[in-house]
Design a protein around this ligand. Sequence first.
Ligand code: ZN
Ligand code: ZN
Length: 496
Amino acid sequence: MDIRVRQGNIAEAAADAVIVNLFEGVTQPGGATGAVDEKIGGLIRKIIAAGEFKGKLNETAVLHVDGAPFRKVVVVGLGKQAEFSAERVRQVSASALKAAAKGNVKTVATIVHGAGIGGMDAELAAQCVAEGSLLGAYRYDKYKSKSNDNGGDGVQELVILEWSGDKLDAVERGVARGKILADATNFARDLVNAPSNELTPSVLAQRAQAMAEEFGLECEILDRAAMEKLGMGALLGVAKGSAEEPKLVFLRYRGADGDPVALVGKGVTFDTGGISLKPAQGMGAMTSDMAGAAAVLGAMRAIAQLRPRQHVIAVAACVENMPSGTAQKPGDVVRAMTGKTIEIDNTDAEGRLILADAVAYAESQGAHTIVDVATLTGACVIALGKLYTGLVANDDALADAILAAGAKAGERYARLPADPEYKEQYKSDIADIKNTGGREAGAITGGLIISEFIENARWAHLDIAGTSTSDKDRHYLVKGATGVAVRTLAEFVAGL
Ligand code: ZN
Ligand code: ZN
């Protein structure tokens, strides 16, 4: 779906469908919605008067009309005016586009929700219209012989109409930014949705390299021999059970400003649990255990285009965790790149092992700030469900910056405590630490184990085990991969 910006009057738009909006409780529509209502003989006022449309958030009404340059009008509810926000613009843009797309609709024209009566900054509002529309229209139908027509995929062009010539530049800028962020998120979603027989560690590394070439990032792929030389025993221990070669992806965006910030992602392309084998039920979902790596790659794709001042590097640790005659076993001891030894208590707690070497590598490249992203623990899903990403950090300013970036991106983060007493839970009798801290506070100890391999950098850990996938379609979230953290990380870097 292409997005174009034009100046004009929505009531005169030549498109299959047009999208207008209404705040909850409004009975006499004004502005662009009022103009369309006039054009179609007061049909919008009629459905309001009949009690068929209340303007509740994400509520949609579809009107089929004659005598207008369009044949369909979608009215989307913005909810209560006092609760209006940028995030709501994303949501209603997706909800309205889905309603508009049903049937044989190829072109849709929309107003910029919020830029008129909503009183929102036109650039931000336009960004969120583009973002919500592109995210909501996303489909993963690569393996479907026939693409399923559940809305969105048939629309070829979305025209964003702005009446005011004064706001046109701002709308253009906002749409360009929204497109970059949404395309990067959808890039990550494609990686996460890909099955593991397609997306092996080598293929994930190749996709990263192709993306880096396309967007002008420096890229280096470390293979097993290179990792052995660096002493990455924790990462290589996880890879031992698989016939697939492990890869460490290193990307660099050269901003103007000095030492780099590092984004580090867990890229387990399939997690069987290893010798500590997972139960069969639900194991297929472990094809998305590389969502942290996907988030980091997606963020770098956006950063390469947004061009912030900050210098950024990214590390994606890509492995497959399999049980086999060569797999590592519970009770084994491995030595990480930093020299610290780890007793393997449970081979299914592999994310922290590969990240141990990945964060150490990032710090060895000069990173003063490290943010890791991982589908790390079931404990985090038990604690926060699928609404909030768990955040563990050793630095308050960094944690606050992530929370602020998340709020901008419309992604929710909950900071968990990280008191040093938790570290007692993963003491080992025979090695420096063990790779599990027991059932209690599992999301916290999982994160803290990663921090054991960072010397000086400030650190934050995002546990996206619950938020990386959605169980259902909900406004701009589409069932399957969400691409969570891509936009938060891009906003975080842009804000430094
Ligand atoms: Zn695991
Ligand atoms: Zn895992």
